[in-house]
Design a protein around this ligand. Structure first.
Ligand SMILES: [Zn+2]
Length: 321
């Protein structure tokens, strides 16, 4: 993820057809010919989620073209295969720096595949190949990526386990992005490689009612402001999530406007999805070798997971058939 230091013109190329589809789906949120589900909200296990964070970090830094990257991909594919109705790898190659060809893969899992009302949940599973912000000077070593990478995936793996035990009333798709954090600072062409590839190849008819991307949501003292682009392009979804958090007393969601962050929500915005980026960018260990599990907490993962489960099971009307 990259804080935008320059004004980035986000081209929202919404075709008239996709816009109509989104609006039709959003109308169900207002309660027309739809009802709220009676399916109980699963109990999110903070400890289980945290174990998924530790497991990823234990592979070593998941930088592209490393054994840890390959091993973690196999693990995520297998784990989601246990929980999801369908899972597949979206493999793609992208030229990297210094003539290196990057062999990347998004992991795509679906739950309640027949449901037409769907939401998309995403996080990046790769970790950064260099510690640009190491105290004392940048270090050309990959970072552990406990918060920056593993935290978002950990929450989604735990939610996937919940979806298996108590199938959600609406359809849920999880995509774990590869190659999010590959780019050198300021070189946006090399960031968000997985989400860009997915957005460019997405089925034309696929328009979930909204998407939520999780990034850097595991640190102790988690405090998530409303990210700038999310407020701009998905204000109603931001309000839905923050209202739910307030009702639940989840204080990690704070009602302030945050910075504009160039993250995996941007490629989704660019193809007309309503995407929210949940991120706490105020992290001392960002892009350092100290981004390790001891800087993170089960409670932070749980705060995010519980709010999203509440929205999915209780806040989105299910169309009456
Ligand atoms: Zn990062």
């Amino acid at each position: 993820m990259k804080k935008t230091l320059i004004i980035i013109l986000v081209s929202i190329a919404i075709s008239s057809c996709s816009k109509k589809t989104n609006m039709q789906q959003m109308s169900s949120l207002s309660g027309q010919a739809a009802q709220l589900s009676n399916v109980p909200v699963p109990k999110f296990s903070a400890d289980s989620a945290f174990s998924y964070l530790v497991k990823q970090v234990d592979f070593g830094p998941r930088a592209p073209e490393t054994p840890a990257h390959k091993n973690c991909l196999n693990y995520l594919n297998r784990k989601l295969g246990e929980y999801a109705d369908t899972v597949h790898l979206q493999k793609f190659n992208v030229p990297g720096y210094n003539g290196v060809m990057l062999h990347l893969a998004n992991v795509v899992a679906s739950f309640n595949t027949r449901a037409k009302t769907r939401v998309l949940l995403t996080a990046h599973w790769d970790s950064r190949p260099r510690a640009d912000h190491q105290p004392g000077g940048a270090v050309d070593k990959p970072i552990p990526g406990a918060d920056d990478g593993a935290s978002g995936v950990a929450v989604l793996l735990e939610m996937a386990r919940d979806f298996k035990q108590s199938p959600p009333p609406i359809g849920v798709d999880i995509v774990l992005w590869d190659g999010e954090d590959y780019g050198k600072e300021g070189d946006l062409n090399y960031y968000c490689l997985g989400s860009k590839y997915w957005a460019a190849t997405k089925p034309f008819s696929y328009y979930p009612i909204f998407a939520v991307n999780l990034d850097m949501i595991g640190q102790k003292d988690l405090s998530i402001p409303k990210e700038g682009y999310s407020v701009q392009y998905a204000p109603d979804i931001v309000n839905l999530i923050w209202k739910t958090a307030a009702e639940m007393g989840v204080t990690q969601f704070v009602d302030t406007l945050g910075e504009d962050i160039y993250d995996d929500q941007i490629p989704l915005d660019n193809v007309g999805l309503k995407a929210v980026d949940l991120i706490d960018f105020n992290y001392k260990y960002w892009h350092t070798l100290e981004d390790t599990p001891d800087k993170c907490s089960p409670e932070s993962l749980s705060a995010v997971g519980r709010v999203l489960l509440e929205d999915i099971y209780k806040k989105i009307p299910v169309p009456v058939s």
